[in-house]
Design a protein around this ligand. Structure first.
Ligand code: AKG
Length: 318
């Protein structure tokens, strides 16, 4: 089968074997805490096939996609809602996005995935302690044509401890050309980044993406970009220093990508207050997490956090 061309941030990926590879699967060590820690230290990520029951994941997919259909983001008239085909008639700029995003983030079926025994059990073994999931969560809807810049999570999550772990969970099948996550091999151990970028605070220092060019970044840091075709139930987990981003969603049939990224740490370590508590501050109370819409050709909308008015509606600068 021929490999589709892959792009990230509009740049064509180099798919030669020394530049691009498959994520290593770690199902063989899932129940061995010491082995999980050793491999996380060595690779900067752990990847499991079908860690979560696929039916639990697909129930969450349906819960969230019905909400996106309600605001006209996906076409549930001409297609099965589970196909997540982008609608031409979004009215997302007319609704209370603050309420909408909270409803997506706190849905019961979604929580059943990110707080599942399978996910928490894995993290308990990895951390060797009780686990504290972050209160804020990042279910992510990525339209065709959209993607994500390269970064590590540390600068966004490091106010309490840098021993925080992300899980990236596809809520349905995500083929690589539909916007799969990519991690840069060995980037978590790059001394220069550990001494500079990793210590920054994204909000205080107002930093943006480390890079939006996968080839230049790879040239600078070395390593292969790693990814795979993801299936429901798969979980990719990584630490705060692993450089990652996404392949652009170039679905030939207009399928939107639905995934989740959530964070967890030891319960006995201090928390980053941006993401925890009854009303997390996130990146400011006047913004909501709503990635994408760059095609609206509005520079503000290249940010994943969008300004909203007092009614929670998108503020579209003129
Ligand atoms: O899903 C994506 O496109 C980006 C996710 C991400 O940046 C993260 O999990 O930290």
């Amino acid at each position: 089968m021929s490999q589709p061309e892959l792009y990230s941030n509009g740049v064509k990926m180099d798919l030669s074997p020394n530049k691009f590879g498959e994520l290593r699967e770690s199902n063989d060590i899932l129940h061995d805490g010491a082995a999980l820690r050793e491999r996380m230290t060595q690779d900067g990520y752990l990847f499991f096939r079908e860690l979560v029951d696929p039916n639990v994941v697909l129930t969450a997919r349906r819960e969230i996609l019905l909400k996106y259909a309600t605001v006209g983001e996906i076409d549930a008239i001409n297609h099965d809602v589970m196909e997540a085909i982008q609608s031409e008639h979004t009215f997302v700029d007319k609704v209370n996005l603050r309420a909408f995003t909270e409803s997506v983030r706190t849905g019961l079926a979604y929580e059943n995935v990110v707080l599942s025994e399978a996910v928490i059990g894995y993290l308990e073994r990895l951390l060797g302690s009780e686990v504290r999931p972050y209160d804020f969560r990042w279910p992510r809807f990525v339209r065709p044509g959209e993607g994500c810049g390269f970064h590590a999570d540390g600068p966004y999550m490091n106010r309490g401890t840098d021993k925080v772990f992300t899980t990236w969970i596809p809520l349905g099948r995500v083929r690589r050309e539909e916007g799969a996550l990519i991690v840069l091999e060995n980037s978590h151990a790059n001394e220069r980044l550990l001494n500079t970028y990793a210590k920054q605070d994204a909000d205080k220092e107002k930093i943006s993406w480390l890079s939006t060019n996968p080839l230049i970044l790879q040239e600078q840091l070395g390593g292969r970009w790693l990814s795979t075709d993801f299936n429901p139930g798969d979980v990719l987990s990584f630490g705060m220093h692993t450089i990652h981003g996404a392949l652009d969603n170039r679905s030939p049939i207009g399928r939107c990508r639905l995934t989740s990224d959530t964070r967890y740490q030891r319960a006995d370590e201090p928390l980053d207050e941006r993401w925890n508590g009854a009303n997390p501050e996130a990146h400011g109370y006047d913004k909501v997490f709503f990635p994408g819409l760059g095609s609206w050709n509005n520079i503000e909308f290249h940010d994943e956090w969008k300004p909203v008015d007092e009614w929670g509606r998108l503020v579209i600068p003129t």
